[in-house]
Design a protein around this ligand. Structure first.
Ligand code: C5P
Length: 223
C-alpha cells in the first residue's frame, strides 16, 4: 500500500547492548528494511580519521557527514566503493564516532539520510536517538539495555571474531566512558523515548529479545 504510513520500530540503547543483532533479526522476520544509524557515525568517523581532520574543526566534520558517500549491500557497508564493514568496527573508530556524534551540526548533517531509510514495507532503526529524535512517531519504541559486564563480554567476542585483539578490562572502561559521553551530551543524549518498552537483555539470548519485540509489535497499533 504505497500511500499507507510506513511502520517504524525503533531500538535504542547503549553500545554493545545487542541492539544491532536483535534489530536485524526483527527486520528480517518482518521483511522490513534496517537502519544501523551507528554505522553512519562510524563511517563519518572513519572518513575523518583517514583525513586527519582535527576534532575542533566542526565545519569540516559536519561537511564529512553531509557528503558521506556510503552504501549498504546486505551485511556489507561501503565508503565510496571500498568495503569497510570490518574497519568501522574497530574500537578507535567507535570512540571517534562517539566524539563527533556529540556535535549538533554532525547530527543535523546525518538527519535526512536517516529519514531516507524509511521505505515500504517498514523499517527497524537502531541507535541512540531513533525513538527520541529521528522517528519520534514510531509505532513501537524499544530501549534495550544490558549490564556493563554482559556488554563487555559480547563486544569481546565480536572483536575477537573479527580478528581484532581485545582485553576485557579495557573494554569495560571504554564502554563506561562511551556510555557517559553518549548519555551526558546535550544534543540527542542516549535515553529511553517516552512510551518506549524497556528490555534488559543481560540474561537473554538474542532470539528471546527478538521474540519479545515481535510480540510487542503484533500488539502495537498501526500508525
Ligand atoms: O551503535 P554504535 O556503537 O555503532 O555507534 C557508534 C557511536 O555513534 C555511538 O557511541 C554513539 O556515540 C553514536 N551514535 C549516536 N546516535 C545514533 C547512533 C550512534 O550518537 N543514533
Amino acid at each position: 500500500m504505497p500511500n499507507s504510513p510506513i511502520p517504524v520500530i525503533t531500538i535504542d540503547g547503549p553500545t554493545a547492548s545487542g541492539k544491532g543483532t536483535v534489530a536485524q533479526k526483527v527486520a528480517q522476520h518482518l521483511g522490513f528494511h534496517y537502519l544501523d544509524s551507528g554505522a553512519l557515525y562510524r563511517l563519518t568517523a572513519l572518513s575523518v580519521l583517514r583525513r586527519n581532520t582535527p576534532l575542533d574543526d566542526e565545519h569540516a566534520l559536519a561537511k564529512a557527514a553531509e557528503h558521506l558517500h556510503c552504501h549498504f549491500n546486505g551485511a556489507h557497508i561501503f565508503l565510496a566503493n571500498e568495503d569497510v564493514t570490518n574497519d568501522i568496527r574497530a574500537e578507535a573508530v567507535g570512540n571517534m564516532a562517539s566524539k563527533i556524534a556529540a556535535i549538533p551540526t554532525v547530527r543535523q548533517a546525518l538527519y535526512g539520510l536517516q529519514l531516507s531509510f524509511r521505505q515500504h514495507p517498514g523499517l527497524v532503526a537502531d541507535g541512540r536517538d531513533m525513538g527520541t529524535v529521528i522517528f519520534p512517531h514510531a509505532a513501537l519504541k524499544v530501549f534495550l539495555t544490558a549490564s556493563v559486564e554482559a556488554r563487555a563480554q559480547r563486544r569481546y567476542k565480536q572483536l575477537i571474531g573479527k580478528g581484532f585483539s581485545a582485553n576485557m578490562e579495557d573494554l569495560s572502561k571504554d564502554l563506561t566512558e562511551r556510555d557517559a559521553r553518549d548519555s551526558n551530551r546535550s544534543s540527542a543524549p542516549l535515553k529511553a523515548a517516552p512510551g518506549a518498552y524497556l528490555l534488559d537483555t543481560s540474561a537473554m539470548t538474542a532470539d528471546q529479545a527478538v521474540e519479545q519485540i515481535l510480540s510487542w509489535h503484533a500488539a502495537a497499533k498501526p500508525i
